[in-house]
Write a protein that binds this ligand. Structure first.
Ligand code: MG
Length: 914
């Protein structure tokens, strides 16, 4: 850092050095405080120390030269604007110190409030506020927060001392602790701090502020922050800014309060001011979820409690600010505010986090209102969040039934939409262990008093989250919505047992492992396991059980998707193996099938014996006899799929998996095959052993099977073409695309193509109607990418099988990664899971190489991808850049891929539409 670089920017109280476009330097919070100040909103004065200073501090292990002087002069500027003095016993200035990174990291970073209080200044605060109890309470909170964040004492001891004091004073709430008890508590808190940190709580305000600033810097590298960045794939080299700001108090009496307002509902997207406040409370109380807050707008279920009713003038002012901010940012805002003695202050504004459902409705509504254009609307909805709109719910009438059966435990706040049923776990560790500890797919509901950042791992592992305390903006609510998980908070009847193995709701005790069901859309909490049903969108599109007119959400979804379809370049297909799956995919917008896996057609109860007979056959005639049994069944399968995909292309992949996957293992199955084949069980056993492979993934599979046992592929090809002809004669438009898996050389595809052409000629030539068909190959072996030119000469299309391509490029067997891949990702040896999002520099390089080489030889080559990467937004963007013609993914990811493809196309145009 050079001496000329500016380290500090001012905001509030009529000053604003920065603006909203300076997030990299000032962090999101600092940039927005500056912007709000510039708009003339009532922001308490303060300053931001830049992210560059943080990085410098972390590099050097100390703050840069000159920072001390700059902070001193910035403090003097706040003193002037507040007409208070830092450390003054008569008119003490108090400040807060908060972190603020480029992107919001809720609950992850540390905050210290009330800095500047000591045994002397607390008297000045008591005199100025006319409330000694309040002043002592602020002091108590400072020691606790400072102890925890700066001196690393934890909070438990303080909480225990406070509970003891409350018990002795015979009061329930913190705010009722009497003056004398608070005085004793402050002495006790200082003893706790000293005993556990080995040094005294600093009475010198200057020492306090430096300690807090350095703690914020260090918290960037804290375990919680690192974990959050890992989960959300945020880089480690951003650093955090530090915001120091004059304190305003929401806990000076009944004309005070603090809250969070959204300019529209973050849960449903409904228009109008939305949010919660706590009267007579301090900032962190709302987020920490200690008390359950009251609504901002008039609310039928809580009459008389809303801000609109209790402080109508403040409500009106806040509504005005909300409108100003939303119009200015042209985006839904999340605004933190404090009311001090009847005066409103805005403390923060940022883009409001929202559910997928709210994201769609807000984007479409804002376009209609003329606030944004449709291209912006498309870029505003995070594609992966469309999964929320397709999420499950409990069947209608569940609540009534549960109530009747006595299984309805009650109702909390509906903080994250969707329904989830699972085994109760009362600690994050237990949730993690139950869901992941060798028992994959065990559904778990994490049940807590409230959550904290330490619970992240357990929250990630759980299907749903339930808390006793907290509001819509509590840690649990914010994190659950971010993860797209069903969540119910503020369920006041719940008491989690101290042993962490049980909870109580009224008279009911629920033990660890017992089933609970939560409805994050309604807030209902029920005992027992409840099957879930599909969303409104799924009801309209897939089940056809709801009329489009009956669902406003569906209509907005449809509008957004029609914009997406108009904006994207790439086609979107689905990976579907059955007629019903194909029909679902089509209703969700699939424009064909990119991967129809035929091996599933071999596993049915009615055919597996014939398949085994075929594999275990000693000679060709025997094998053909078994295959003849399979032929009519496969033909029927294909016919059903062609009908479901009338007018659209269907890519059929011939048999791919290693033969051992079909072999019988248990004696009953061996006996059955032996009887069918007229041989002994011993003979079957011997043949099974002969076929064993030490690494089947790299063994006798894919086109290697088709070339060594051509009769297998021939039967499949016969079934495909006969089914195509039959479908066409019914009037169905068929576009079969035969795909050969695992091709690595030109000679392989040359022979497979000849086999395909011969069969097509045998079945289709001279027949009416004519069937347009293609033959191509999966590209999933690294050699196929490198030598793509020799393969493209005999292929009409390429389809990247990115799962196998990733396995073989890295040399990872996907099924054997569980012991090292999680470590690799946690320790950043790999930036992310390459099976979830394509590894662009490695696997991606092979993809672009194959595209270039393939098109050089065969300019008409059609190219797609059919790995699950085809439904991952970041991968979709990469495939768009690589020039692919389509992506293909599972049916329920098709809408995500459509939107991601539109976003990719818009980004490629740099915001300028044709
Ligand atoms: Mg494969």
């Amino acid at each position: 850092m050079t001496g000329a670089t500016r380290m500090i920017y001012h905001f509030g109280g009529g000053e604003a050095d920065g603006n909203k476009d300076m997030k990299d330097l000032l962090g999101g919070k600092g940039a927005n405080l500056a912007e709000m100040s510039g708009l003339g909103l009532p922001v308490p004065p303060g300053f931001t120390i830049t992210t560059e200073v943080c990085l410098e501090y972390l590099r050097k292990g100390g703050h840069p030269e000159g920072l001390r002087e700059e902070v001193a002069s910035a403090m003097a500027s706040i003193e002037k604007r507040m007409e208070q003095r830092f450390g003054d016993a008569r008119r003490p200035l108090l400040v807060s110190c908060r972190s603020g990174a480029r992107a919001s990291m809720p609950g992850m970073m540390d905050t210290v409030l009330n800095i500047g209080l000591n045994d002397e200044t607390v008297k000045g605060l008591a005199a100025a506020s006319g409330d000694e109890r309040f002043a002592l309470d602020c002091y108590r909170r400072l020691i606790e927060m400072y102890g925890d964040v700066v001196m690393r004492t934890g909070r438990e001891e303080y909480h225990r001392a406070l509970e003891k004091a409350k018990h002795e004073a015979g009061v329930e709430e913190d705010r009722h602790v009497p003056v004398q008890a608070l005085q004793a508590l402050i002495v006790r808190y200082k003893e706790i701090a000293k005993a556990s940190a080995g040094r005294a709580f600093p009475e010198d305000p200057k020492e306090q502020i430096w300690g807090a600033i350095e703690a914020v810097f260090r918290s960037w590298n804290g375990a919680r922050a690192r974990e959050y960045r890992r989960i959300h794939s945020l880089p480690d080299d951003w650093g955090t800014a530090v915001n120091v700001q004059a304190m305003v108090f929401g806990n000076l009496g009944d004309d005070c309060g603090t809250g969070v307002a959204f300019t529209r509902s973050p849960a449903t997207g409904e228009t109008g001011l939305y949010g919660e406040f706590l009267p007579n409370a301090q900032g962190e109380d709302v987020v920490a979820g200690i008390r359950t807050p009251q609504p901002i707008r008039r609310n039928a279920s809580a009459p008389g409690l809303s801000l609109e009713e209790t402080m109508p003038a403040i409500y009106k002012e806040l509504s005005g600010f909300a409108e100003t901010l939303e119009k200015h940012y042209r985006e839904m805002q999340d605004i933190e505010f404090t009311i001090q003695k009847g005066r409103l202050f805005t403390l923060q504004t940022r883009r409001g986090a929202r559910t997928g459902q709210a994201a769609v409705r807000i984007a479409v509504a804002m376009t209609r209102e003329g606030l944004i254009v449709s291209d912006e609307a498309l870029l505003r909805v995070e594609a992966a969040r469309l999964a929320d709109l397709l999420a499950d719910s409990f069947p209608e009438g569940t609540r009534v039934t549960a109530q009747r059966d006595g299984r309805l435990l009650g109702n909390g706040l509906n903080a994250g939409p969707g329904a989830a049923s699972g085994k109760a776990a009362f600690t994050a560790d237990a949730a993690y262990a139950m869901a992941r500890g060798g028992h994959d797919n065990v559904p778990v509901i994490l049940v807590r008093g409230e959550t904290s950042p330490e619970d992240i791992k357990g929250m990630e592992a759980a299907r749903g989250i339930l808390t006793a305390r907290g509001g819509m903006t509590s840690h649990a609510a914010v994190v659950a919505r971010g993860m797209g998980k069903p969540c119910v908070v503020g369920f006041g009847a719940l008491v989690v047992g101290e042993d962490g193995r049980s909870c109580r709701v009224g008279e009911r005790t629920i033990l660890e492992g017992e089933f609970l069901s939560i409805d994050g859309t309604t807030g209902d909490v029920m005992l027992g396991e409840i099957a879930t049903t599909s969303s409104e969108i799924v009801k309209v599109l897939v089940d056809r059980s709801l009329k489009p007119e009956a669902s406003a959400l569906y209509r907005d979804y449809e509008t957004l998707m029609s914009w997406a379809d108009g904006a994207r370049r790439m086609k979107v297909r689905s990976n579907s193996d059955t007629p019903s799956d194909a029909a679902t995919a089509r209703r969700l917008g699939a424009e064909g099938i990119g991967l129809c896996r035929t091996e599933h057609m071999f596993f049915g109860a009615d055919r597996i014996v014939a398949v085994r007979e075929m594999i275990l056959a000693d000679a060709k005639p025997q094998r053909q006899k078994a295959l003849a049994k399979i032929l009519p069944m496969q033909r029927e399968d294909f016919l059903g799929i062609f009908r479901a995909m009338d007018g659209l292309p269907v890519t059929i992949r011939l048999l791919d998996p290693p033969l051992h996957e079909f072999l019988p293992r248990e004696s009953a199955a061996i006996d059955e095959v032996a009887a069918q084949m007229g041989v002994t069980a011993r003979t079957v056993r011997e043949r099974v052993e002969r076929l064993a492979e030490s690494n089947p993934m790299l063994g006798h599979r894919g086109c290697r099977l088709g070339l060594t046992h051509p009769e297998i592929y021939e039967v499949q090809l016969q079934a495909v073409f006969e089914a195509a002809l039959a479908a066409a004669r019914e009037g169905v438009q068929v576009y079969p695309e035969v795909m050969h898996p695992l091709v690595g050389t030109g000679e392989e595809i040359r022979r497979l193509r000849a086999m395909t052409v011969a069969m097509a000629e045998r079945i289709l030539s001279d027949q009416k109607p004519a069937i347009p068909w293609l033959v191509g190959t999966m590209i999933e072996v690294p050699r196929a990418c490198i030598a793509a030119a020799e393969i493209a000469a005999d292929a009409q299309f390429f389809s990247f099988g990115t799962n196998d391509l990733t396995q073989m490029t890295y040399g990872y067997s996907r099924d054997d990664t569980r012991n090292f891949l999680p470590v690799y990702i946690a320790e950043r040896i790999l930036p992310s899971d390459p099976f979830a999002s394509i590894d662009q520099p490695g696997v991606g390089r092979l993809v672009t190489m194959a595209v270039e080489e393939g098109r050089r030889v065969n300019p008409k080559l059609k190219i797609g991808v059919c790995g699950e990467h085809g439904g991952d937004p970041a991968s979709v963007e990469f495939f768009d850049r690589a020039g692919l013609d389509y992506v293909s993914c599972s049916a329920y990811r098709v809408p995500i891929a459509r939107l991601a493809a539109a976003q990719a196309a818009l980004k490629a145009l740099g915001g300028k539409r044709r």
